[in-house]
Design a protein around this ligand. Structure first.
Ligand code: HSE
Length: 436
């Protein structure tokens, strides 16, 4: 069977899809009997694209793709909201199957798209929107479909994982590591999406919808990126047996969901602690299987192209209408911050004189927060000009709400320079025994 593809967008991922089909079309035909053919490429840079794709038809108006009767599957890879949303909706209405990598659109504004796909005879694939080459959506829709999933935890952004790894291993500055990730094609067009945690937020939102069969309001997800992490935090974490990772974490506790993205201290022996560079990993914890981990390249042209082609093939093979998980009717309830419990790492810069430690510990005691360990070095070797010293405190499990209030009070002491840096520790997640 021939599958005629209309490819809209010939950037990093679009050109990766072209490469993959050129290289592996015979193999795919052997495996599946499907003959994948790119009939048309649509991109505003028509002349540049023509030079790369030889005899394939190149146009610059997407409407000519979605109205082409010979095209079965429209692949939307331009990203953003407009015109991507119109391309997807109109393609579905025109009876085309649609494959997209557009996590922002689906996570923030996907309702209409999921509903349209659910009601139409067309299929919508979005494996490429999460985890690049890792089949993490396929695992939820098929592999783990018989289980009750209670936790999804993932390193879901290649750019930030690359930055944190390079800062840790090679002492690169944040800016140098980001530039390097951009040069390698991992970063979003606007890299604030990566470093401020929104990209990971879009991905954990989509995984949560599928894992828990619920609508997720993207605005309800608490998101914090890695811009406040510095070399000192990375070194202190190492000294205490932790590594700092940007995690997307989602839990279903009773009938409440807790979904968040933030830098977290992971114990060095945690399975996700060894996920380095642009690699991603996602751990699902289910009632039947316990933890299941997928690990792989989550960014870049060819890994993401692999997910696009997987959707094209899956859709062509699959004649059953199975988008039900995306038309969920249950609204999520969200866990409040009084119910969120963590250990916290805090670092502050303070004068070195009598009574200071007791004032700080007094505030923590007032809020029922117990100190697990304290580190204070005599001289701040990283900054010999400062008369202040870094003070690092690790707490026992504390309520997030109380911790935030105590940090506000500590920030107001005049002997504290700047603001307290604090990072949540995620050592309670290890293997998810708490959910068995
Ligand atoms: N900017 C993303 C990342 C690309 O770094 O993971 C894949 O979504």
């Amino acid at each position: 069977m021939i599958v005629n593809i209309g490819l809209i967008g010939f950037g990093t991922v679009g050109s990766g899809v072209y490469d993959l089909i050129m290289q592996n079309a015979c193999l795919i035909k052997e495996r599946t009997g499907l003959d994948l053919r790119i009939k048309t490429v649509c991109d505003i840079r028509t002349e540049d694209v023509k030079k790369k794709v030889g005899s394939i038809n190149v146009i610059n108006d997407w409407r000519d793709v979605i109205t082409d009767k010979e095209i079965d599957t429209v692949v939307e890879l331009i990203g953003g909201i407009s015109p991507a949303k119109s391309i997807i909706l109109e393609s579905l209405k025109n009876g085309k199957n649609v494959v997209t990598a557009n996590k922002k659109l689906l996570a923030e504004d996907g309702d209409e798209i999921f509903n349209t796909a659910g009601m139409s005879n067309s299929k919508l694939g979005f494996e490429a929107s999460v985890g690049g080459g890792m089949p993490c959506i396929l695992s939820l829709k098929y592999g783990l479909v018989g289980t009750r999933i209670n936790t999804v935890i993932g390193i879901l952004n290649g750019t930030t994982n690359y930055i944190l790894t390079k800062m840790e291993d090679e002492g690169l500055t944040f800016e140098m590591a980001l530039k390097d990730a951009q040069d390698k094609g991992f970063a979003e067009a606007d890299p604030t999406f990566d470093i401020e945690g929104f990209d990971a937020g879009h991905k954990i939102a989509l995984l949560s919808m599928l894992a828990y069969n619920r609508k997720v309001d993207f605005k309800s997800i608490s998101i914090d990126g890695i811009t406040k992490i510095n070399q000192l935090d990375i070194e202190y974490a190492k000294e205490m047996g932790y590594v700092i990772k940007l995690l997307g974490i989602s839990k279903l506790i009773g009938d409440e969901v807790d979904i968040r993205v933030h830098p977290a201290m992971l114990p060095m022996d945690h399975p996700l602690a060894s996920v380095r560079n642009e690699f991603n990993a996602v751990m699902y914890i289910t009632d039947m299987t316990g933890p299941v981990i997928l690990y792989g390249k989550g960014a870049g042209n060819h890994p993401t192209a692999s997910a696009v082609v997987s959707d094209i093939v899956q859709i062509a093979r699959d004649t059953v209408k199975d988008d039900k998980a995306l038309t969920a009717s249950i609204d999520s309830k969200y866990l409040s911050s009084e119910k969120r419990l963590f250990r916290f790492y805090m670092r502050l810069s303070t004068e070195d004189r009598p009574g200071i430690l007791s004032k700080i510990s007094g505030v923590l005691a007032k809020y029922d927060i117990s100190i697990a360990s304290v580190i204070q070095k005599e001289i701040h070797t990283k900054n010999p000009d400062s008369k202040n010293v870094p003070l690092v405190i690790m707490t026992h499990v504390a309520c997030e709400d109380k911790m935030l209030r105590s940090i506000d009070e500590i920030n107001n002491f005049n002997f504290v320079e700047g603001k307290v840096t604090f990072i949540k520790v995620e050592d309670s997640l290890s293997l998810g025994d708490e959910y068995e």
